[in-house]
Write a protein that binds this ligand. Structure first.
Ligand SMILES: Nc1ncnc2c1ncn2[C@@H]1O[C@H](COP(=O)(O)OP(=O)(O)O)[C@@H](O)[C@H]1O
Ligand SMILES: O=C(OP(=O)(O)O)[C@H](O)COP(=O)(O)O
Length: 412
């Protein structure tokens, strides 16, 4: 796998003056939340503490997204500000706006050492667009906010695979550097990129099938994996691509998630890389809350697939225990339900036995935390989609934007 970050071709916080500066920091506070708007896992927020602690003599404004429009976890950042205050030990002031005159006045009145968290960036329609940095620099948010700052810090590796305003737009109009977490992620993942030992095994599951299938294509085009073990919603798409009758409820789920267009892509990948892509042999159906394991040809039409089955767990675990490199992203099933967390738990345990093991993704890390496995992994990434994209060799727009700023600034 080739990766463009050979050496540090971006600037870090060590390269700039921070004291008494007005600093805009893109963090990723996007966290698993319950139906009552409570944050279930503080890891994403906690991961930014080193950067925030290094800015104790600056005027700091934080921007982040939470969820996506239409999803249950698409909320304000009020709870995030409260939790950040508790974790940081200093008040993180919540401003329920993004670039209104209220927000701008709140930013202007910040004192040295104060921290302000603006509202969910995805409440601003422009944030959902995926445009090049030059276009994002013209967005209302960037135009209205950048004059108030001396520096932009991108500390949000886990959303840097998104070419969105808050990730890439400021790098055209402000001095831009990588935060401490961003730098740590790139350094840790580069070790995996440089690990050319075999077998190299990727376990790709979770719910974001489009991100994962794009990564699978990039990884295999670069001969970057010996096996791709599919689980979660990703596996359901590949089963459909194989012509498996997954049942109406599962077909409709894929349709509702707008992943039907991924089935022909998966089919093409299976034809081209049939020796590399592994699809489960059995699944666990949710039959009235009970775990009912069946072979693929025995899936019943009205029961949702909620995990991989035991045969698949055993087969996949064998691959993982012999792996020199293992990359793990995405729960294997609906692990939030106890009866359907077996695949996630067993494969995470097996993954830690690989010589170099990387795991990423908010929900994935939640499961790792519950199993107490964090210290057993070689690198823990806050990003699921972002880490897989990075390891596939795909340039991440947020990182490329930092490198382009560094290149421009070195030319004077
Ligand atoms: N077969 C499945 N059907 C429906 N949801 C699934 C399935 N497998 C996993 N999931 C869901 O995937 C979600 C996590 O996916 P994702 O956000 O991609 O992971 P991460 O946050 O680790 O990157 C979990 O909420 C889990 O319930
Ligand atoms: O949770 C995240 O990604 P992940 O689910 O791949 O870990 C990031 O915050 C990106 O969120 P997005 O996938 O809604 O852009």
């Amino acid at each position: 796998m080739s990766q463009e970050t050979a050496g540090k071709d971006y600037l870090t916080m060590d390269d700039v003056v921070l004291d008494d500066k007005a600093v805009l920091v893109r963090v990723d506070f996007n966290s698993p939340m319950d139906d009552n708007g409570n944050i279930l896992d503080d890891r994403k927020i906690k991961s930014h503490l080193p950067t925030l602690q290094s800015l104790e003599h600056s005027k700091v404004v934080l921007i982040s997204h939470q969820g996506r429009p239409g999803d249950e976890d698409y909320t304000t950042l009020e709870a995030h500000a409260k939790l950040a205050t508790k974790l940081l030990g200093r008040e993180v002031i919540y401003e329920d706006d993004i670039f209104s005159s209220c927000a701008k006045n709140a930013i202007k009145s910040l004192a040295r050492g104060e921290v302000l968290l603006l509202e969910n960036t995805r409440f601003n329609a422009e944030e959902i667009t995926k445009l090049i940095p030059e276009e994002q620099a013209k967005s209302q948010m960037v135009k209205k906010l950048h004059p108030l700052f001396d520096l932009f810090i991108n500390d949000a590796f886990s959303v840097s695979h998104r070419s969105q305003c808050s990730v890439v737009g400021f790098t055209l109009v402000l001095p831009s550097v990588a935060g401490i977490l961003m730098n740590k992620e790139i350094t840790g993942l580069d070790k995996a990129v440089k690990c050319h030992e075999h077998p190299s095994i990727f376990v790709l599951g979770g719910a974001k099938a489009n991100d994962s299938i794009k990564a699978i294509s990039n990884i295999l085009k670069r001969d970057g994996a010996d096996k791709i073990l599919t689980t979660g919603v990703v596996a359901t798409v590949f089963m459909m691509a194989m012509g498996v009758d997954v049942g109406e409820v599962n077909r409709k789920f894929i349709e509702d998630e707008k992943y039907m267009n991924q089935v022909p892509i998966a089919s093409t990948l299976l034809k081209e890389y049939s020796d590399k892509i592994v699809v489960p042999e059995d699944v666990a159906l949710n039959n009235g809350g009970e775990r009912q394991e069946v072979k693929l040809d025995k899936i019943k039409g009205d029961l949702p697939i909620a995990d991989i089955g035991r045969e698949t767990i055993e087969n996949y675990s064998r691959y993982l225990k012999e792996a020199k490199l293992c990359v793990f992203h995405g729960p294997t099933g609906i692990f939030e339900l106890d009866k359907f967390r077996l695949g996630t738990d067993e494969l995470l345990k097996a993954a830690t036995q690989a010589s170099y093991s990387v795991a990423g993704g908010g929900h994935t890390l939640d499961a790792i935390d519950q199993l107490g496995l964090e210290s057993k992994f070689s690198h823990i990434s806050m990003g699921g989609g972002a880490s897989i994209a990075y390891l596939s060799g795909e340039p991440l727009p947020g990182i490329t934007a930092l490198k382009n700023y560094a290149s421009r600034s070195s030319k004077g």
